[in-house]
Design a protein around this ligand. Structure first.
Ligand code: LAN
Length: 759
């Protein structure tokens, strides 16, 4: 894992420029060592100097660095991408105003090209959820990791910028109403990074927290974190018995059947719950005990508050089944019946599974939620100097991201392969892949996907119940290494498109393409639909055991029109170029998948989206899959109803606008800020794929996208685009480039004679 420094010398990933005059210090020496200053409060300033931040792209691994030394800062100049992420002026020239949609794509690409990173992909903030950064900061606190002043400062800035302007609290995600979950976690973060309790913003946030009932009213995961930190007693945490991992595979609710994220979160949680492990009681922890509760700490009836929760946090109330199981576990199993030998065995197996997750991802872990918890679990098990703890902390850094508002934690360690695939496709849809002007950019993107393809299954695949992944792509990078059905599909489509374009090399040979197909073909559920990381392993009745309260639909894999469509279109494209490879299986897969998509259509004609907001996103995908088997507006009632659904929701100004509230409520709800370029693009792409007969509504939408383009070719950020688990929103900032350009490019190709002049 060697790479070149800006000035030529080779360094390892762990060597980064950290402190004044110290360009060689190892990351772990600064962040990782227990240096006797565990309780020392971080220094905190008003702001950092934004001209000193750099984002390093180490073959798709992102880390942010603050360079305090002038000479070192000069030796490593800020790139356009750095400046863009940081909200600094780019001073790019105004481009020739776009006269046609194709001009607009050209201008968009001219801008977007500047943001391509050295390894060939596009980086971005991937924020939104407000419960991720807390995990990281708690892990630092618990592992006694000094927090550099520039991190502390920018974490404070981010959280203050994202506090609810009215009540000063935080929600589950950046657009959500204040909840106990968001407020208690982020309040604790601010205190741990050095903000004083009497800071006016903290006083306001605390008042909101207390108004919501205080920390006793928080959901399960917050209670877990508070118990580990020593802010609450373990009795307030509903049980997470590690014995679950010992259940035989045939048991209908055995953990291997759960959705991978829940599996991986409950694994370290169960280990720590079983041990009732608590971090050192630091001064700040003792103080937080007095701050976050409404009640006097010593008088709290901890066990009595296991199920206390504020309605704002209770998106998915626990079922009576789960409540009854918890009651038995708390009152009988844990205190009276639980054999020590069984508990030890369960802890040992959970611990082995944690090791497998670490090994299989080179300590990146599936996402920062389980990465933070695994860091704490490994610290509890292995102690401060262990390789596991140091390496986990190093990799945790890759989820951090700096924006003009401050430092946040991304939902994953990036969106690298996913955004790269969509960028390639938008250029293809505009018919520009053969234009030599864009070849270097595309070639570099292709090289990235080549480099990021997962070449082997994990060694202990069956032991740790991992899905086949050989030939696949992850959402972020191959270190994380979890193939996802639609990530494999979108990356594969992009690779095939480019490799079949004259002038591009065949970097990925046929065998590697076949590997991807073999893996894709494993994703189908009996219904014909595809899920995300794995086919469904248990029924949706498992939601009865959903203990998280704040999220819906998390226990098992569900069936998604988005994922299903992506796989369908990838298989169709593959079959065009390799008509003789696994022909029958592919045809059967596609037929069953498209039949399922038809059954998933809602009575109003739209499809519910689980990963983008919401009906607009999934309807685009569904219309695309229907089109891929020749069904369109004129010959398919499904396609027609989908188009009519979209057309009925077009706004006066030609755009579409959907709020995240659609995801929560299941009803189409408009965003109060009006038309959004991303949703407008999704709707237009769907209509064009379906061959919608009227051009006027499409032209109107295209005009809106063109009008919103800036003179330098970019589009500005509007409302949030993505979602997960029904209730939590997440940003996809590159969508405002990839999907706008795709819609414009498709229009240009479909209606070459039409000119839509932007104002
Ligand atoms: C993602 C991000 C990408 C997303 C798509 C590829 C867009 C989707 O089509 C399939 C599912 C997937 C891979 C996905 C799953 C859930 C993720 C990983 C996230 C939304 C990003 C963050 C989220 C993760 C679950 C956050 C942690 C929260 C927990 C409840 C554990």
């Amino acid at each position: 894992m060697a790479r070149k420094k800006a000035h030529g010398a080779t360094v390892t990933a762990a060597e980064v420029i950290l402190e004044k005059g110290d360009t060689k210090k190892r990351f772990s020496d600064v962040h990782g060592a227990v240096n006797g200053h565990a309780t020392k409060r971080p220094r905190i300033e008003d702001r950092t100097d934004y001209s000193r931040w750099r984002m390093r792209d180490d073959e798709g691994r992102h880390t942010w660095h603050y360079i305090e030394e002038d000479q070192a800062a000069k030796d490593w100049p800020q790139t356009h991408a750095d400046k863009y992420y940081l909200g600094l002026p780019l001073d790019l020239p105004e481009l020739k105003p776009a006269k046609t949609p194709l001009d607009a794509v050209w201008n968009g690409l001219t801008f977007f090209e500047k943001l391509q990173l050295p390894s060939g992909h596009w980086g971005c903030e991937y924020g939104g959820p407000m419960f991720l950064l807390p995990g990281v900061v708690f892990a630092w606190h618990i592992t006694k990791t000094p927090i550099p002043w520039y991190y502390a400062t920018e974490i404070k800035n981010y959280l203050f910028a994202r506090a609810n302007p009215e009540d000063g609290g935080w929600g589950l995600h950046i657009e959500g109403d204040s909840s106990v979950f968001g407020t208690v976690l982020n309040y604790m973060v601010l205190r741990l990074v050095g903000v004083e309790a009497d800071h006016p913003k903290m006083v306001k946030a605390r008042a909101t927290l207390h108004k919501l009932g205080g920390a006793t009213h928080s959901p399960h995961w917050a209670k877990f974190y508070m118990a580990v930190l020593g802010i609450a007693k373990w009795d307030i945490v509903n049980p997470v018995p590690p014995e679950l991992w010992l259940l035989p595979d045939w048991v209908p609710f055995a953990p291997w059947r759960w959705w991978i994220h829940i599996r991986q979160v409950y694994l370290p949680m169960s280990y720590l719950w079983s041990k009732k492990w608590q971090a050192e009681e630091t001064e700040i922890v003792l103080s937080l005990r007095k701050e976050v509760f409404v009640e006097d700490w010593d008088s709290i009836n901890w066990a009595g508050h296991r199920n206390t929760i504020h309605p704002n946090d209770n998106y998915h109330p626990k079922t009576w089944v789960l409540n009854s199981i918890n009651w038995v576990l708390v009152n009988f199993w844990d205190p009276l019946l639980r054999p020590k030998i069984l508990a030890d065995k369960a802890e040992a197996w959970a611990s082995d599974l944690i090791d497998m997750e670490n090994k299989n991802t080179d300590y990146s872990n599936l996402a920062p939620v389980n990465a933070a918890m695994n860091t704490i679990a490994c610290f509890a098990r292995d102690g401060p100097d262990a390789f596991s703890v140091k390496r986990l902390k190093e990799r945790l850094e890759e989820a951090l991201w700096l924006t003009e508002e401050g430092l946040l934690c991304n939902g994953t360690n990036g969106v690298q392969s996913w955004d790269t695939a969509f960028t390639i496709q938008s250029i293809m849809d505009a018919g520009l892949t053969e234009d030599p002007r864009w070849r270097p950019m595309l070639l570099s993107a292709l090289k990235f996907l080549d480099n990021q393809q997962i070449r082997e299954n994990v060694e202990d695949q069956d032991k740790c119940y991992r899905q086949q992944r050989k030939g696949g792509w992850a959402f972020s990078n191959k270190d994380q290494g979890y193939a996802v059905s639609d990530c494999v599909a979108e990356a594969l489509k992009s690779v095939i498109i480019l490799q079949k374009t004259p002038g591009f090399p065949t970097l990925i040979d046929d065998q590697r393409i076949f590997d991807a197909i073999d893996t894709l073909l494993t994703y189908q559920n009996p219904s014909g639909a595809c899920s995300s990381y794995e086919p469904q392993r248990a029924g949706t009745w498992m939601e009865a055991l959903n203990a998280a309260e704040v999220f819906g639909e998390i226990m098992v894999e569900y069936e998604y029109p988005e994922c299903t469509t992506a796989v369908v279109t990838a298989l169709s494209l593959f079959s065009k170029h390799w008509p003789d490879h696994r022909t029958k299986e592919i045809r059967a897969f596609v037929d069953r998948a498209v039949s399922w998509i038809k059954t998933a259509q809602r009575p109003h004609g739209g499809w519910y989206g689980s990963w983008g907001i919401c009906f607009t996103y999934a309807t685009m995908f569904a219309l695309e899959s229907l089109a891929s088997i020749g069904e369109n507006y004129s010959n398919s009632k499904h396609s027609k109803r989908g188009c009519d659904f979209l057309i009925a929701r077009q706004r006066q100004d030609g755009g579409w606008s959907e709020s995240y509230k659609s995801c929560e409520t299941g009803e189409y709800i408009e965003h109060p800020t009006g038309s959004q370029v991303v949703m407008t693009s999704w709707a237009l792409i769907g209509l064009m794929k379906a061959n919608y007969p009227g051009i006027e509504p499409i032209k109107k939408g295209i005009k809106l996208i063109m009008d919103r383009q800036q003179p330098n070719g970019e589009w500005l950020q509007e409302a949030i685009e993505g979602v997960f688990n029904k209730s939590c929103m997440i940003s996809y900032p590159n969508y405002k480039f990839t999907f706008t350009m795709k819609a414009l490019g498709m229009f240009a190709k479909k209606y070459p004679k039409e000119t839509v002049v932007s104002e």
